[in-house]
Design a protein around this ligand. Structure first.
Ligand SMILES: [Zn+2]
Length: 95
């Protein structure tokens, strides 16, 4: 398994910047305009604090134990270290 490097990429015409895991030598295009994305910079992973990583909100979830944000692909909460509940299961409201 290889760890992909995350890059900051920009769409030239709109200036919109996104983060993605890119492979060297591969061309990445903007979803909407089809333009080739420019590499703006490499993203250096700053483990272990997830709050400093450029994760999009849609890739985050709230830990059901400590209510802190965690990446959806993690099983264990990076904040409290406890195993988070399965995704998509509504948390029962507490009275
Ligand atoms: Zn937690």
């Amino acid at each position: 398994m290889s760890l992909k490097q995350r890059y900051r990429m920009r769409t030239p015409s709109t200036g919109r910047e996104i983060f993605l895991e890119a492979e060297p030598g591969k061309i990445y295009r903007d979803r909407d305009t089809g333009e080739t994305l420019e590499v703006v910079g490499k993203v250096i992973p700053l483990a272990p604090s997830p709050s400093r990583l450029p994760f999009a909100v849609e890739n985050l979830r709230f830990c059901n134990w400590c209510d802190q944000l965690a990446q959806k692909d993690l099983n264990d909460c990076p904040t409290c270290g406890r195993r988070m509940g399965p995704l998509g299961v509504p948390v029962p409201a507490s009275d």
